[in-house]
Design a protein around this ligand. Structure first.
Ligand code: FE
Length: 390
């Protein structure tokens, strides 16, 4: 038996935030990030709409990027005191992910991270509150997914939370929020969305229900990301929906080793963090070539869907060339060396990183299962920009 789960409702398009005027309930907590939503007037808009609905609101502000266990626990405690029947999270991936975890501990104050980090083992939610997610970036798609990532800074552990219980009840995908994204974020989050769709489509548990969403999302990114990056707001809106479709696909079909590699290299080097979407964008063409050596059929389908012609092997080349060209025009480096990772440090750490990558939660659904030796070789190709021929 397989399962396909999405939010109950998706409100989108201009003035989608107006849905909040009709919300039924008495109390809501509004979880926010660093302040851009307030600066651009969206917080006032949400508060105004909730006032129309006669809902009392408590704010939880300043959720940091890569939210911490402490932030989650403090938010859950505040929720327990206030007793909301709605949790509304607005902003980038971080405040929405943090709010998902706060929700779990609000409903189950005695739960621990150790217990809930076992995938798909959550206790039932929605005994106290339902959840609304309002994304301001176009990439993580956390507004429709069953995932959240919380960082334990004391131990350096990232807790990946995964369960359909934390799939939001309502997603409000209002394109005006995405208009505020800076160019670099558009590039990185757009390529993250492309990676979500490709990995969901070729992965081992892809479904008849996720395939069309993944293919359409890939087409939208190829058609619209460059224009969105250049400032075209209609393209920005299309990308906001496209990344959401990619999210619907990967929330149910999961991901692959591009994400495993991005997770385990993101904070591995002393020269600085590699942004998630940027890491994915760099690794994606190398992983496509590696996976296609075993079976190129699914990549052939992707290429034909976006108008490429030729046999599967030729389409793999065309697909990778298209991604290389995108990275170039979006200011994303072609390899880790170009990104600025030191050669000595890379060589020293690549074996350990390969071990961690093989153990990542996303590795199990990759279409080809790498050995440790292959992972070292693959990461080495991603470092020097050399051809994947194994
Ligand atoms: Fe991602």
């Amino acid at each position: 038996m397989q399962r396909f789960t999405l939010p109950r409702d998706l409100y989108f398009g201009e003035n989608a935030l107006d849905y909040l005027k009709t919300l039924e309930g008495t109390k809501a907590v509004l979880v926010l990030g660093g302040g851009s939503m307030r600066r651009f007037g969206f917080v006032d808009k949400v508060l105004e709409n909730l006032k129309c609905a006669n809902i009392e609101v408590q704010l939880i502000e300043n959720v940091e990027p890569d939210p911490s266990v402490e932030t989650v626990m403090a938010g859950a405690k505040l929720m327990s005191e206030f007793n909301p029947d709605w949790i509304i999270a607005m902003g980038g991936g971080s405040p929405i992910d943090a709010a998902k975890a706060m929700w779990v501990f609000y409903e189950h104050p005695t739960a621990t991270f150790e217990e809930i980090c076992v995938p798909f083992s959550f206790p039932k939610l929605r005994n106290k509150a339902k959840f609304i997610a309002i994304p301001s970036t176009s990439g993580t798609a956390t507004e429709v997914t069953a995932f959240a990532v919380i960082t334990d800074y004391a131990t350096g552990v990232k807790w990946p939370l995964a369960d359909f219980e934390i799939t939001p009840d309502v997603a409000i995908v209002d394109p005006s929020l995405a208009e505020t994204m800076p160019a670099k974020l558009i590039a990185h989050t757009g390529m993250d969305a492309l990676t979500h769709a490709v990995e969901a489509y070729v992965g081992t548990i892809h479904q008849p229900f996720t395939d069309p969403l993944a293919l359409e999302a890939i087409k939208i990114v190829f058609d619209r990301l460059k224009a969105s990056y250049a400032g075209d707001m209609k393209a920005r809106e299309d990308m906001h929906y496209g990344q959401c479709m990619a999210g619907m696909a990967f929330s149910n079909a999961l991901l692959g080793i591009v994400h495993s590699m991005a997770h385990k290299t993101g904070a591995a080097f002393s020269t600085g963090h590699i942004p998630h979407g940027c890491a994915n964008a760099i690794y994606l063409p190398y992983v496509i070539k590696y996976n296609a050596k075993a079976d190129a059929t699914r990549y052939g389908n992707i290429g034909r869907f976006v108008g490429m012609v030729g046999d599967d092997a030729s389409i793999v080349e065309q697909l990778c060339a298209r991604i290389d060209e995108y990275n170039l025009s979006l200011g994303i480096p072609a390899n880790l060396k170009e990104f600025g990772i030191e050669e000595n440090e890379f060589l020293e750490k690549v074996s350990k990183i390969s071990t961690l990558t093989l153990g990542d939660a996303c590795t199990g659904t990759n279409p080809r299962t790498p050995t440790h030796e292959e992972m070292v070789k693959l990461l080495t190709c991603c470092y020097y920009g050399t051809e994947v021929n194994f």
